[in-house]
Design a protein around this ligand. Structure first.
Ligand SMILES: Nc1ncnc2c1ncn2[C@@H]1O[C@H](COP(=O)(O)OP(=O)(O)OP(=O)(O)O)[C@@H](O)[C@H]1O
Ligand SMILES: [Mg+2]
Length: 380
């Protein structure tokens, strides 16, 4: 007859088994905290994920793994309180490894009670950085695709409208020309003149809309960016005004591009005017160009290929993040009536796209904006 095992030996066995289990887990950091968050135990998973060995961390507060700004506002303590009050804390967040790098952590904290007294917490952390990054990339790709589809739809709509208005305005302008030849009377001639100027302004707007809808008839010619920018530097300087320091630094030897020069000049002028408007108290505009191996963000599956990018950078107000996706839409403007029609960046967007390239916007509120026109470099 076998005697029942002594309760202590069962316990010893169980705790040994438990220790073996925890110590063989390397994919999860499994450790215990005292009620104030001081680390009591450590396992190989903790070492693998966070880089620390047990001697580094046991006896210190687990808040050391949090980002300093989150530790400062008391997030570690709050998570412990949640676990104690609600029976469990489950969350996701950025944590720090020993080498200072960040990782995305999936965290579970369970309170340990004994006879109604809080003894501490069991904490399990998993490194989900890769999964998180994959999810972020997927979300970004979906957002890019949606944005591209939206711009395509607005472009089609705009193109249809612009074509019709162009035809109508051509008739109006021609008729006004014919009338003005016959009417020499002073007062009526003045009215005709006003109507002609309004019709011309309308024609200019429709041309910009045509460009946005990629319906402009482009007349490509060989463009050497350095030479072209040297030609229009004086005009850009005048447009920027005396309060702004404009620097043009185009390296020599960039590939010659095949582009509509008039449209390119209009695009650069639009960008310089935007930068000027974003710096009412003055500042700097830097125009640069570079050869880049990159891909069109609207074609995420395309392989990287050579582009030449012309960038206009300023240190002005920058653009609010929620507005950054909208600035290329026709008629989107934050300027008062009469100051902006919201067609400048639409022209830039349509022109680069119709030329086979793309526009890149980088802007930080309070710091400045950089818009790059990227054109495919010709094959050799
Ligand atoms: N460099 C910049 N810095 C800060 N905000 C900018 C800059 N460029 C554009 N923006 C923002 O984007 C909006 C749209 O620009 P866009 O050039 O299309 O139109 P606009 O300048 O308002 O009018 P238009 O160019 O037709 O005169 C601007 O109203 C402004 O809010
Ligand atoms: Mg503008």
């Amino acid at each position: 007859m076998t005697r029942p095992a002594k309760p202590e030996s069962v316990l010893r066995d169980e705790s040994r088994q438990f220790a073996m289990l925890v110590n063989s887990v390397t994919d999860y950091a499994v450790y215990m905290l005292d009620p104030t968050g001081v680390i009591q135990t450590w396992n190989p998973g903790g070492q693998r994920i966070k880089g620390y060995v047990a001697a580094d961390v046991v006896g210190t507060n687990f808040s050391r793994f949090y980002l300093p700004e989150e530790a400062e506002i008391g997030l570690p303590e709050r998570n412990l309180r949640t676990a104690a009050a609600e029976g469990r804390y489950i969350g996701e967040g950025w944590r720090l490894r020993q080498d200072g790098t960040r990782f995305r952590a999936s965290v579970v904290i369970d309170p340990i009670w004994e006879d109604g007294e809080l003894m501490g917490f069991a904490k399990i952390t998993r490194d989900i950085t890769e999964r998180h990054e994959a999810q972020e990339q997927l979300l970004q790709a979906q957002r890019d695709l949606l944005q591209a589809q939206k711009m395509e739809a607005i472009g089609k709509f705009t193109l249809g409208l612009a074509h019709d208005f162009n035809n109508l305005l051509t008739i109006v302008v021609n008729c006004l020309d014919l009338i003005s030849m016959r009417v020499k009377d002073g007062a009526v001639a003045k009215l005709i003149d006003t109507a002609q100027r309004a019709a011309e302004r309308g024609a200019l707007l429709t041309r910009q809309l045509l460009t946005f809808g990629k319906g402009q008839t482009l007349v490509p010619e060989a463009v050497d960016l350095a030479a072209m920018m040297a030609e229009c530097e004086a005009l850009l300087r005048r447009s920027a005004g005396a309060a702004i320091a404009l620097t043009v630094e185009i390296p020599r030897g960039l590939p010659t591009l095949s582009l509509d020069k008039a449209q390119l000049e209009a695009a650069v002028l639009n960008l310089v005017c935007n930068s000027r408007d974003a710096m009412p108290k003055g500042g700097t505009i830097t125009i640069t160009a570079s050869a880049r191996l990159t891909r069109d963000p609207t074609l995420p599956n395309a392989a990287k290929s050579p582009y030449v990018c012309l960038s206009v950078q300023d240190d002005g107000t920058g653009i609010e993040v929620d507005q950054q996706v909208r600035v290329f839409e026709p008629f989107f403007t934050t300027k008062p009536i009469g100051r902006g029609s919201g067609l400048g960046l639409s022209q830039v967007f349509g022109f680069t796209a119709q030329s086979g390239g793309f526009t890149e916007l980088k802007s930080e509120p309070g710091k400045g904006t950089c818009v790059s026109l990227c054109f495919p470099a010709p094959e050799h």
